[in-house]
Design a binder for this molecule. Structure first.
Ligand SMILES: Cc1cc2nc3c(=O)[nH]c(=O)nc-3n(C[C@H](O)[C@H](O)[C@H](O)COP(=O)(O)O)c2cc1C
Length: 192
């Protein structure tokens, strides 16, 4: 697949084929992709926790918040929930720079997942205390992001911003998920 096409396809996914779970080996492959990404000072300070199908996956799911903008939808229903998670841990004292490493790792995992037909939701809105206890996050590390993963079930499409300029995503009557993205001309603010 052309790289731009891959990026366009790599929309956040929030509904999955729960009956076709990813394996822990699949999650490991995703982290192996993240392993090769750029890192400030090449410190590679991030650590990853793999959560395959099972009770911990269900408990972690219960600690996560999905699609705040879809007011009439509280997150994926049973049967459409993620079948795995990757949690990204960063050293407590690592400073702001680790947010860059975390973002690069997360997006790489999202792209890698998309390349195999899997879906990924990067999640920052979660019960940090509950999730950290569940995953036994060491005292000197913090849980930066969790990524919900599974075989993608929902159709997701990039669209232009509506005339009112809203960037809020929405679903149509068929359940297709639309993600408005700004026009290229509105993003490039200088040319020399
Ligand atoms: C740093 C970050 C945090 C996010 N946190 C959440 C979250 O807690 N829950 C959720 O459902 N989506 C979350 N998302 C997904 C965004 O809502 C999504 O990226 C946005 O709606 C644009 O859709 P797209 O990823 O398909 O381009 C997060 C994305 C990023 C990059």
């Amino acid at each position: 697949m052309d790289f731009r096409q891959l990026v366009a396809s790599a929309r956040t996914c929030r509904r999955f084929h729960e009956d076709q779970p990813l394996s822990v080996n699949d999650l490991e492959w995703l982290v192996d992709c993240a392993r090769l990404t750029p890192s400030a000072r090449n410190a590679q300070a991030l650590r990853f926790v793999l959560v395959g199908p099972g009770q911990t996956c269900q408990d972690l799911f219960a600690a996560t918040r999905w699609a705040a903008a879809l007011k009439d939808w509280g997150g994926p229903f049973p049967g459409e929930r993620p079948t795995g998670f990757i949690a990204i841990l960063a050293p407590q004292e690592g400073g702001e720079v680790l947010a860059y490493d975390t973002g690069i790792a997360a997006q790489t995992i999202q792209l890698a997942a998309t390349s195999r037909g899997w879906g990924c939701c990067i999640i920052l809105s979660f019960d940090r205390q509950k999730a950290s206890a569940l995953l036994h996050v060491p005292q000197d590390m913090k849980l930066s992001l969790v990524l919900g993963l599974g075989l993608a079930k929902e159709e997701r499409l990039v669209t232009d911003l509506p005339s009112d300029g809203s960037t809020t995503y929405w679903r149509d009557a068929q359940g297709r998920h639309y993600v408005p993205k700004r026009a290229l001309a509105d993003l490039i603010v200088g040319r020399y």
